[in-house]
Design a binder for this molecule. Sequence first.
Ligand SMILES: Cc1cc2nc3c(=O)[nH]c(=O)nc-3n(C[C@H](O)[C@H](O)[C@H](O)COP(=O)(O)OP(=O)(O)OC[C@H]3O[C@@H](n4cnc5c(N)ncnc54)[C@H](O)[C@@H]3O)c2cc1C
Length: 326
Amino acid sequence: MGNVLVVTEVQAGELRDSATYPTISFAQRAAEASGGDVYALVPADGADDIAEEVAERGVDHVLVADDPAFDDYIAERIAPVVAEVARAIDAEVVCGPSSAQGSDYLPRTAQHLEAGMVTNGMDVWDDDGLKFKRPIWSGSVLKTVDINTPSKVVSVRTTDFDDPEATDPAPIEAVDVSIPERDDVEHVEIEIVESERPELTDADVVISGGRGLESADAFDMLEEMADLFGGAVGASRAAVDSGYAPNDWQIGQTGKVVAPGLYVAVAISGAIQHLSGMKGSQNIVAINTDEEAPIFEVADYGLVEDAFQAVPEMNEKLRELGLGED
Ligand SMILES: Cc1cc2nc3c(=O)[nH]c(=O)nc-3n(C[C@H](O)[C@H](O)[C@H](O)COP(=O)(O)OP(=O)(O)OC[C@H]3O[C@@H](n4cnc5c(N)ncnc54)[C@H](O)[C@@H]3O)c2cc1C
């Protein structure tokens, strides 16, 4: 029987529930397979409210490491704390979201625990020991992984999991942890991009543009469509590299992974590295002048047309349908 430790993600004092809740769903599945309990660790400064939120999300125990040192995120500080708590609860599986933060501290946690690690974990089950599923080659191959170390660290691909059901609150317990003093690393600043639009990874509709748009100005019509839907705007790496769209809009293997209800790919060819960031979307619409473009192979609806013709017309129709009205 092995317990499962799930690390909640906190940014600027706020719970990132879009990253944390699907990770709890993974942790529940891991605990079912290992026969243990799910422990949620809340490492934060002023963690009480966050702990209460998490306690009602299907975990068995909430452990609070409340310390001002967590105010400024540093991987080198959090990784040994997670490892210490994992040892204390005899965790077989330690998991967190495969977000920027999770991808930063989880490998360090694995090193502290001398544990094997799975990145972008998509599934876990018991088959004479725990087995994990993860994508390789931009998601074109799914691999089953067996980790031979007693504790196992997993960064979870959150788009593969729904939020857990709300439950009666689990007990909350404060834990004393030794937070290492580090003078070799220092938190300088975190810049959070403010936007009226939903986070790309949370949005139910994503309107995404590619290099075929040929300018940053052309993204205006995509932003207009996103605002009519109340959605977010994304971009291919080629569009970002060409300076048409900011870095934090990039979707794909080296960008964000999204799985919205509706993904509209405008002037995007559909390279495998882009597909790996969006092919889990429920409905994919592709607009491209090239009927041979690979994006049409994954699209549910395809339109072979010039984006500069199609997108303004679609925006007009959406307005006629009353979208965008409060
Ligand atoms: C290691 C590695 C990692 C990578 N990571 C990523 C990643 O995270 N995300 C990512 O997106 N890419 C990534 N790439 C790059 C990827 O291989 C492609 O180069 C990129 O996705 C292409 O972007 P695009 O579709 O916008 O551009 P293009 O491939 O140039 O396609 C432009 C498309 O626009 C169409 N078009 C042109 N004009 C119009 C018009 N007026 N109306 C409608 N359609 C039009 C064209 O027919 C074409 O299909 C990565 C590559 C590598 C090697």
